[in-house]
Design a binder for this molecule. Structure first.
Ligand SMILES: *[C@@H]1O[C@H](CO)[C@@H](O)[C@H](O)[C@H]1NC(C)=O
Ligand SMILES: *[C@@H]1O[C@H](CO)[C@@H](O)[C@H](O)[C@H]1NC(C)=O
Ligand SMILES: *[C@@H]1O[C@H](CO)[C@@H](O)[C@H](O)[C@H]1NC(C)=O
Ligand SMILES: *[C@@H]1O[C@H](CO)[C@@H](O)[C@H](O)[C@H]1NC(C)=O
Length: 610
């Protein structure tokens, strides 16, 4: 101790005194994040202190910039590394946190007597299971129960803190500020005849006219319209297509069987063969229970599996059902998972040695319900999946530029704004919009009518993610073309814009509870388009090439030549006509709908028999 000044000695003593308390804090706590509670949520009581939270701590990734650079290289058809996707190990090496970050986080948890219960494989996410009172001490916050207008309840803390020395080492901790809810983008299941719009003109093309019925579209119509008819799958042993389920949804085999028997009899074995994987206590493989029937469960999951199997019945299909969603009863002290199921799902994928080459997701929410830091980290996980060579497709939403009456900003000012959706606003996923009619295809739109809300293909601009370089020219041209500063101030012209592509999304023929009806939504377009992308991959694999992986750089530089531009209709919503579809890319139908033979050619795929 020789040489210590009195002041230094005093400081040391103070430090030791602090260390002697049970909670040793190296630096004072400071607020790390606060996020407005989105409209529609009401604050109820303090959360019960013994309610158990599965806390996810997002530790700063070591080198996301390098991962992103490599993602662009392996996804850019003009780059020499195109198609050379990364291994699970490569990705882990790039995103694993620094030793310093991990040791500081561990030291902090240790000081609270907390042991991590699980890690993601790269250790960039640490999970701890704790009762509310312990989490409140750890994050210097208070948790309350919040109730949504629709009855959904969650336990959240819209403002939380960390010791100052950890601010640069932890990006996000959830559940705290995120009010994100996976919403299924399906629109109205109708099991009665639907009326056809009086302006509808049947196709003049005889074949198309015969197979495409506007009030009940079938796989045969999609095959004819998009040109997959007659294509024979060649790489079923290597290729897989998957889809993700939340909210207790699980696909029902007997309904798929009825659907295939009627519309794709040669593919009927798929009803038995498709794989169902359950994560985090999600629902398994069983017929709908009376309670599930009463709640209309599995209308989305059935749509997803039927749309995929209808267009691509020979490629093996995998279904993921992730638990961790409402309903939640805060009066019960049993551990209830109120975490964010997307993160569990994507971290599960990244642990796999091999990930299905195409994955369709039909769930999303308003971007502003997700705090920015959390959206960025989930989007970074999607980038990692893309780097592994998987195409992630997400529905663009069913509310056009925003549901009428809901277009209010969540920044404390309540100003009128168009609403972007997440995950479609993440630049590393491919967002899928919806079309209807056939000659030509136009933007899917049903005005509100008795018993049914309005439905339009969703589209817009992110407030979190800047316009990525692959779409900069297209977005600039579109914004300029809007002219007269139309909708200025209602959207963010410097944001990532979506959707990227589109496909049919109105009145799909479909089975649920053993009965045929029709169902609509970008929830229909997304699995349909995913099925077609998977067929393009099949043709590439047959030619000895790797799968397409993250699609967007290819789509905007080459693939668009194999898409049919949609130029009529608009993304209605927020009480206005919304963004119009125009020639070229637009934030309603993206670059257009697929022309399969052209896509296969552009992608260097091989058709069977040649
Ligand atoms: C189109 O489908 C609807 C619903 O299934 C059916 O009622 C109608 O008869 C069909 N129209 C034609 C021309 O086949
Ligand atoms: C399900 O199907 C059964 C048998 O057709 C029917 O009795 C029941 O009402 C249906 N349930 C719902 C919720 O549609
Ligand atoms: C915004 O709207 C919310 C909910 O209606 C209200 O509680 C709040 O006071 C409003 N804020 C402003 C600045 O108008
Ligand atoms: C607009 O987007 C940019 C780029 O993502 C972002 O930095 C900015 O905060 C956004 N503006 C608003 C008002 O949200």
């Amino acid at each position: 101790m020789a040489g210590l000044t009195a002041a230094a000695l005093l400081a040391l003593l103070v430090t030791q005194a602090v260390s002697a308390t049970p909670v040793r804090v190296r630096t004072p706590y400071e607020v790390k994040e606060s996020h407005f509670v989105p409209r529609g949520w009401k604050k109820l009581d303090r959360a019960p202190e013994n309610h158990v939270i599965d806390l996810q701590i997002g530790v700063k990734q070591g080198n996301f910039a390098a991962l992103e650079k490599q993602l662009y290289e392996v996804s850019d058809p003009s780059h020499e590394r195109y198609g050379q996707h990364l291994s699970a190990e490569d990705v882990r090496e790039l995103v694993k946190p620094s030793d310093e970050s991990l040791s500081l986080v561990h030291e902090w948890l240790d000081a609270h007597g907390i042991a991590p219960s699980a890690y993601s494989s790269a250790k960039d996410w640490i999970k701890v299971s704790l009762p509310v009172d312990a989490v409140e001490r750890l994050l210097d916050t208070e948790y309350h129960t919040y109730e949504h207008a629709d009855g959904t309840r969650v336990v959240r803390a819209p403002r939380w803190s960390l010791p100052r020395n950890l601010h640069g080492h932890i990006d996000t901790v959830q559940p705290t500020t995120s009010f994100f809810r996976a919403r299924a983008n399906k629109y109205d299941y109708i099991d009665a005849p639907v009326s056809v719009s009086s302006s509808y003109v049947a196709p003049s093309d005889e074949t198309l006219c015969k197979v495409c019925n506007v009030s009940s579209v079938t796989p045969e119509c999609f095959e004819t319209l998009y040109g997959t008819k007659g294509y024979k799958v060649q790489a079923a042993g290597e290729n897989q297509i998957a889809f993700a389920n939340y909210l207790g949804e699980h696909p029902i085999r007997t309904d798929l069987e009825k659907f295939l028997a009627k519309y794709r009899p040669e593919g009927i074995s798929q009803a038995r063969d498709f794989e169902q994987l359950v994560l985090q206590g999600g629902p398994g493989d069983y017929p709908l229970t009376p309670g599930e029937l009463a709640r209309s469960t599995s209308k989305e999951a059935n749509l997803d599996v039927q749309a995929i199997a209808g267009i691509n019945w020979e490629t093996p299909i995998v279904s993921y059902s992730t638990g961790g969603s409402p309903p939640f009863d805060p009066s019960k002290s049993t551990p209830v998972n109120t975490n964010e199921p997307y993160l569990d799902w994507v971290n599960f994928l990244l642990d796999l040695d091999s990930i299905p080459q195409v994955i369709s997701t039909s769930y999303s929410d308003d971007e502003q319900t997700v705090p920015r830091a959390y959206a960025e980290r989930v989007c970074a996980q999607f980038a990692a999946v893309g780097a592994r060579g998987t195409s992630l497709l997400f529905a663009s939403g069913d509310d056009g530029v925003g549901a009428d009456g809901a277009c209010v900003s969540n920044d404390g000012t309540n100003s009128t704004r168009f609403l972007a959706g997440f995950p479609p606003s993440c630049p590393y996923v491919t967002a899928v919009g919806a079309t209807m009619e056939f000659e030509p295809e136009v933007v899917a739109y049903r005005p509100a009518s008795a018993g049914h809300g309005a439905y339009t293909s969703g589209g817009g601009f992110s407030n979190y993610f800047p316009t990525p370089r692959y779409q900069r020219a297209e977005v600039a041209a579109y914004v300029e073309g809007l002219g007269d500063a139309k909708y200025d101030g209602l959207y963010n012209a410097s944001g990532r814009a979506y959707p990227d592509v589109a496909a049919q999304g109105l009145y799909f023929a479909y089975f649920w509870n053993g009965t045929e009806g029709v169902i609509s939504g970008t929830s229909a377009s997304t699995p349909l388009l995913s099925g077609i992308v998977s067929l393009v991959n099949d043709a590439r694999l047959a030619a000895g090439r790797p799968p397409l992986g993250w699609l967007n750089p290819w789509l905007y530089s080459e693939g668009y030549k194999g898409l049919s531009d949609v130029t009529s209709g608009s993304a209605h919503g927020c009480g206005v006509e919304g963004f119009p579809a125009v020639e070229g890319w637009d934030p309603v139908t993206g670059l257009g709908t697929p022309n399969f033979p052209a896509l296969v050619k552009l992608a260097g795929g091989r058709f069977h028999g040649n």
